[in-house]
Write a protein of this length. Sequence first.
Length: 223
Amino acid sequence: MELQDIKDKLPEKLYTIIEKEGISKLRPSQVKAIDNGLLERKSLLVCTPTASGKTLIAEMAALKSILEIQGKAIYIVPLKALAAEKFKDFNRKYGENIRVALSIGDLDKSDPYLSEYDLIICTSEKLDSLIRHHTPWLNQICTVIIDEIHLMNDPGRGPTLEILITILKQLLKNLQIIGLSATIGNPKELATWLGANLVVDNWRPVELHQGIYLDGKVDFNKK
């Protein structure tokens, strides 16, 4: 699918930005996401390899919601370092058109200044804190992206993420959830729990080969 094939489904500003990034053709996972209702505000669970195009799927959902004035978008990541990286990248690409915020600080603050921002990047622990502090702008959220959603299975931060998703689904009836992961053992069950359409694809930009390294040589498995 060519980018121009969905030009009429994207806000003009978003289409221009994506085009300027040098993207003219969509990757298989992105096509499947669009076919499964990405641009019609359907919730999705996207299970595809690393570097297969998951981030653009999330960006299209978030920016479409913001630019069409439907509400705020939240991008949840597991680590502060990853949050800072996403903030830098999103601010570079979209900072002239939307207000991007990074919220990874003190868990005892409600950060009222975030009401002025459109796209908020945070950890699950920080968003959990914002909810517990009854942050007034939470009802303005219409799209939530959960990066590395397979960490729901993590004994440390998994319970927080699971409770967080449950609360958001109860608070926000028209919420679009985009879950992203390269490794999920039970994607069908998780998609059902999320109320999301499942997008699975094995395409990757560089073919993966398996082999055994011994004495300076790699013996690759034959297909």
